[in-house]
Every structure is written in structure tokens, then in C-alpha cells.
Design a protein around this ligand. Structure first.
Ligand code: MRU
Length: 409
């Protein structure tokens, strides 16, 4: 029986605040973040509490609305409001460089405000908030539509491999690559899903495996370097991934490791599908060469970040934890640069740790994304339908009128 109703909502507007599940600690700690200011949302984006291209587009729109409802409420004129809204939207758009949805969400808010400059400040602020809510609602609609299109590509009994997390958590709700899988599974077409763990941030192990289990979709977790072997055994019928930015020629930027899967699929004759809403298509870029690839903190590679809940086994342990955390978070002294912090949240005790696995001072390269050339992509699934190669022209035609980034600029 489908348990789809269990998949999580990611980010939403509530009581004048932006709320989100803190994905940096999932699945072992389920914290809710409440952002009262737009720069709080920026910190959440940079720290990957909210992540995944479509979710970043929604976060950008909600962050602009949050500014509008707080600092923006004090603007003394429409001109001053618009000038500052532009600055704020640009600041939000700069928090991460690769996923174009972030810039798309910020641009869409700028355009809405500019286009309605004549209605007066009070109504303009209402329109800005409504637009952010629309961006969130439309994201789910797009995902459900692309899920239905993508499911048509899968035959009954499919064993599907996915990379990173392109699920409900990576969107406002439902997911892109996982949206296809959820839809196909409800149609009885998915035998099971191979989940790449997705080093170094482990979105596959932490988030995709968690979502699939909650949705009741059979899955099996593998480390990234096992994908070639399971393909060679003949155990994969299709690969479906999401995208952070798709250039006009069909080159796809997605989580680091995606390119390798594209090459492997070609070698093994396995279809390689990319599922993304039109807000991920960047027709201003002719090829993927122009996509800026984010490089992240080297500590993602030299160590592992883990969080968990501590269950005291005796009154003595409870007293010890109470004493250590009486004045807030307690940092343990550790050798070799390992870090561990204990904290108390309500009645629960929690640890947050970074544990070193590589020698100190080792040189590191940590790109968060790679570009898969269009020649490896069997089809691109958007809410408008399925686009097949050659992508130049056909992708633009499919996205025409959807409000993708080139239409906003
Ligand atoms: O660094 P992240 O976790 O934001 O990267 C996410 C991905 O690469 C996803 O595959 C992509 O954004 C598509 S999400 C529907």
C-alpha cells in the first residue's frame, strides 16, 4: 500500500515566519528552523538546512517576502521599497552559485514588485507575499506533473538508481526524480530503488533513503563507487536524477558524481533521465561550460558530520548531561581536531559532531556539482513533458511561457 502521505513538507510560511525542516541534521535529528529575518534564511541556505534546487527557489521567494513583511514594512516610499527589495533579492541569490532556481526565485519576486509599483505600498506588500506563496504552491504542481510524465518512461518491475536527493525535501513537496519514482511506484512499476549515498554530504544516505522508506518504496543503499558494479550485474533498468541547472543544449549540472553515472549508463546501455522543473532550465547559457560550480568547505571531505539524540540510561547520566548543558551548548575537548558539542533541546539531549578521517593539512578539492554533457542524457523530464535530443531548440520550446529564468531577465 502506498504510504506517500508520509513524505515531508520542506519549507513553508507560518505566522509571519519562514519555517523549514533542518536537513543538515536529518534523519537522526528532526529540528524545525524558524526564520524571523531574511538573513536567517540566507544562513539556512548556505548551511544547507534547506537545499535542492527547487526548494532553493522557494526559499528565495519566501525570504524576499519575509523581508517585505519585516524591514520592508518600514519603507517610506515605493521607490525606497523597490530599491531595497532588489538589494535583498540579489543578496539571497548570491548565497549559493550553481542552482539557478535560487536566482529564478529571487528574480521572480523582483519582477512582480517592479510590475506592480503603482498599486501603493500596502497592496504591493500583499502581492509580494502572495507571489511567494504562489511560487511554493506551483513547485508542487510542477513536480506532480513531471512525475506523471516521467512515470511513463518506466516499465513494470523497474530497478531505478538515483543520486543525491531530488525528493520532497529538495522541493517544496513531492520531488523531481523521486516524484517520478513515487508516481511510478504507485502505478506498480518500481521493483526497488538503488540509492547512491552521495559523498561527501550524504544526501542519498541521509535524505533519499529516509524519504523512500517513509513512502514505502523498497530501496537499497550503496556507496557511490558501487554503482558501476550493480550496473554490470544487470541490476539497473534506469537512472533518474534531478538537476541544479540545465543549459540550452541539454548539458546538466547536478550533484557531484552525476557525470560518472551518465558515462556508466552509456557504457551499459541504461537510459539516463534527468527530471527537473522548467525553473531549472537556464536558456541564457548555451552550454554547461558557463555554469559556476560551487566549491564547498574542505571539512566536508576530510571528515564526517554527524548529529544524534542521546538517551541517558540512568539518573546519574541525566544529571551529568544536565550539568554539562546547564549554561547552553557544551563543547567537549577532543584531540586531532575532532569536534563534539552537547546541547539540550526541551527534554532531549543532542550531540553535533565533526569527526576527522583524513590527516590534518591534506590538500582537498571539493566541488559540489559536476556537468553531464547532453550526449549522455537520454531524456529531460519537465512539467511540460519529455524532451529528447537534440535539446537545442526543443528544450527552449518546451519551457516557452513557463517563466523560466531567461524570460524573467
Ligand atoms: O547541494 P545540494 O544538496 O543542494 O544538491 C542538490 C542536488 O544536486 C539535487 O540533485 C538537485 O538540486 C536536484 S533537487 C530536485
Amino acid at each position: 500500500m502506498s504510504q506517500l502521505g508520509n513524505i515531508p513538507h520542506t519549507i513553508w510560511w507560518e505566522d509571519g515566519t519562514v519555517r523549514m525542516i533542518d536537513q543538515s541534521r536529518l534523519p537522526l535529528v528532526g529540528d524545525l528552523l524558524v526564520c524571523n529575518t531574511y538573513d536567517g534564511v540566507c544562513v539556512a541556505i548556505a548551511g544547507m538546512a534547506v537545499r535542492g534546487a527547487p526548494a532553493l527557489g522557494v526559499a528565495a521567494a519566501l525570504a524576499v517576502a519575509l523581508w517585505s513583511e519585516t524591514e520592508g514594512a518600514n519603507a517610506t516610499s515605493v521607490d525606497a521599497y523597490l530599491a531595497r527589495l532588489d538589494e535583498v533579492a540579489d543578496e539571497i541569490a548570491r548565497t549559493r552559485p550553481t542552482a539557478v532556481n535560487l536566482m529564478w526565485g529571487a528574480e521572480r519576486m523582483k519582477r512582480l514588485a517592479r510590475d506592480n509599483a503603482d498599486v501603493g505600498l500596502v497592496q504591493l506588500r500583499e502581492l509580494v507575499l502572495q507571489e511567494a506563496l504562489n511560487v511554493r504552491a506551483e513547485d508542487e504542481e510542477r513536480n506532480r506533473a513531471l512525475g506523471a510524465h516521467g512515470a511513463e518512461l518506466l516499465a513494470p518491475g523497474s530497478r531505478v538508481l538515483t543520486h543525491c536527493n531530488a525528493g520532497s525535501l529538495a522541493t517544496a513537496y513531492f520531488g523531481t526524480a523521486l516524484g517520478v519514482i513515487f508516481t511510478a511506484h504507485a502505478q506498480g512499476k518500481v521493483a526497488h530503488v538503488w540509492v547512491d549515498e552521495t559523498r561527501p554530504v550524504m544526501q542519498g544516505a541521509r535524505l533519499t533513503a529516509w524519504e523512500l522508506k517513509m513512502a514505502g518504496v523498497p530501496c537499497r543503499l550503496i556507496t557511490d563507487n558501487m554503482a558501476a558494479s550493480v550496473m554490470r550485474h544487470g541490476w539497473v533498468d534506469a537512472v533518474i536524477v534531478g538537476a541544479d541547472r540545465i543549459a540550452a543544449n541539454g548539458d546538466v549540472a547536478n550533484k557531484i558524481g552525476t557525470y560518472g553515472l551518465g558515462v556508466l549508463c552509456k557504457e551499459h546501455g541504461i537510459p539516463f533521465y534527468v527530471a527537473a522543473p522548467s525553473s531549472t532550465v537556464d536558456l541564457t547559457l548555451e552550454t554547461g561550460d558557463g555554469i559556476v560550480i560551487e566549491e564547498r568547505d574542505t571539512r566536508e571531505v576530510t571528515g564526517v558530520t554527524v548529529a544524534g539524540v542521546i538517551e541517558p540510561r540512568s539518573p546519574q547520566e541525566t544529571r551529568a548531561l544536565d550539568a554539562l548543558t546547564a549554561e547552553g551548548a557544551y563543547k567537549l575537548g577532543m584531540t586531532k581536531g575532532h569536534q563534539m558539542e552537547l546541547s539540550r533541546k526541551g527534554g532531549a539531549y543532542q550531540f553535533d559532531a565533526w569527526l576527522r578521517i583524513a590527516p590534518p593539512n591534506v590538500d582537498v578539492y571539493n566541488p559540489a556539482f559536476d556537468v553531464t554533457p547532453a550526449e549522455y542524457v537520454t531524456a529531460i523530464i519537465t512539467e511540460c513533458g519529455i524532451v529528447r535530443p537534440p535539446y537545442l531548440g526543443s528544450l527552449a520550446a518546451a519551457c516557452c511561457g513557463t517563466g523560466s529564468i531567461h524570460e524573467l531577465g
